[in-house]
Write a protein that binds this ligand. Structure first.
Ligand code: NAD
Length: 354
């Protein structure tokens, strides 16, 4: 048996592919466009593994996707491919509309064509799992209950709006054409192989190289953190047992203000890699101008997934963040390879020091 994933050279998709090949017997076909966020270095340990079939291409390329589907006959497609960085979506929303909305539409059409032609038994068993975000629900104030699956969609950034649109397309392809879909909406992920434009890897790497640790606004924005491998286990569980047409919120009940996250990272680094000059990493914190439309709080209510499918995360924030920091300390080659000149130029543009 085979599954096809899109975006499997990115952060979550890459972790998912590595886990899958370790835990399952099935082959995985990996379609990725290799944008700046896609990195084959993440998968280099799979060289020679004939259960991993990599194809360089776009989810929006119907001919290519159609060929891949008819050649490999997967029993499921998991869509990780997306433009995923909120700040980039503010500077240039076009790519987000193209991949997240138009790309998902084209992928759904390719998959529908394939699924329509399957024999009845395989048709019934087939699943299209769409990986999405809690950001589609908008923002919460301090006393609001965490987002559950019944919350209204109220996206505030071009990124979250494009993901919301893709979720709606997936839903419609189920209700209109009967495509057996599942959708997961997950909170913020962190862990190994995370591209260092996002808060946690950026802070680890800037701290180690003596640079400033940029905090947007007052740093009191709250995010709900989940270790990436726990997100992968949730996706496997939903794929295996989720009810067709349903959505599942995925989260680890780990709400933290950004500033606390940064202080935690600094404290662990002080312990694991003390500074030669006896200083503290926390002294590198610098407050920068807040991002426009910055959501104040996200929090996920994952009880449906826990109750109906028996899923639970393995890591707490404290264990997961330590593992992540240790991984970055031990994998400086991976970091060097992804932090090219283009990366440095972008990070310079992203943060305006106040
Ligand atoms: P990422 O940016 O690290 O990786 C995205 C991958 O998709 C890259 O490998 C990129 O090359 C590929 N890609 C982009 N456009 C493509 C296209 N048109 N065709 C084929 N491949 C393409 O993203 P991520 O953080 O791994 O997120 C994966 C998915 O999970 C996204 O859909 C994102 O919205 C969702 N998500 C992310 C988080 C998070 O905290 N990172 C949380 C919840 C949900």
């Amino acid at each position: 048996m085979t599954i096809l994933v899109s975006g499997g050279a990115g952060f979550i998709g890459g972790n998912f592919v590595l886990d899958w090949l370790e835990l399952q017997e099935e082959t995985i076909v990996n379609l990725d466009k290799l944008t700046y966020a896609g990195n084959l270095d993440t998968l280099k340990g799979l060289k020679g593994n004939n259960r991993h079939v990599f194809t360089h291409g776009d989810i929006g390329d119907r001919e290519l996707v159609g060929d891949l589907l008819s050649m490999h006959r997967p029993r499921a497609v998991i869509n990780f491919a997306a433009e995923s960085h909120v700040d980039r979506s503010i500077h240039g929303p076009g790519d987000f509309i193209q991949t997240n909305i138009v790309g998902t539409f084209n992928l759904l059409e390719s998959v529908r064509g394939y699924w329509d032609g399957l024999p009845e038994g395989e048709k019934q068993a087939f699943r299209f799992l769409h990986v999405s975000t809690d950001e589609v629900y908008g923002t919460l104030s301090k006393d609001d209950a965490p987002f559950n699956e019944l919350n209204r969609y109220e996206p505030n950034s071009p990124y979250s709006a494009s993901k919301a649109a893709s979720d709606h397309l997936v839903r419609a392809w189920h209700h209109t054409y009967g495509l057996p879909v599942l959708t997961t909406n997950c909170s913020n992920n962190y862990g190994p192989y995370h591209f260092p434009e996002k808060l946690i890897p950026l802070v680890i790497l800037n701290a180690l190289s003596g640079k400033s640790l940029p905090i947007y606004g007052d740093g009191q924005q709250i995010r709900d953190w989940l270790y990436v491998r726990d997100h992968c286990s949730a996706i496997r569980r939903v794929l295996e047992a989720g009810a067709v047409g349903e959505t599942y919120n995925v989260g680890g009940w780990n709400e933290k203000p950004n500033l606390d996250v940064v202080h935690t990272i600094c404290a662990i680094l002080d312990e694991l890699r003390p500074k030669a000059d006896g200083g503290r990493y926390g002294d590198q914190i610098t407050f920068v101008k807040d991002r426009p439309g910055h959501d104040r709080r996200y929090a996920i209510d994952a009880r449906k997934l826990e109750r109906e499918l028996g899923w639970k995360p393995r890591e707490t924030f404290e264990t997961g963040i330590r593992k992540t920091i240790e991984w970055y300390l031990q994998n400086q080659d991976w970091v060097r390879n992804v932090t090219s000149g283009a990366y440095r130029e972008w990070v310079g543009k992203q943060y305006e020091v106040e």
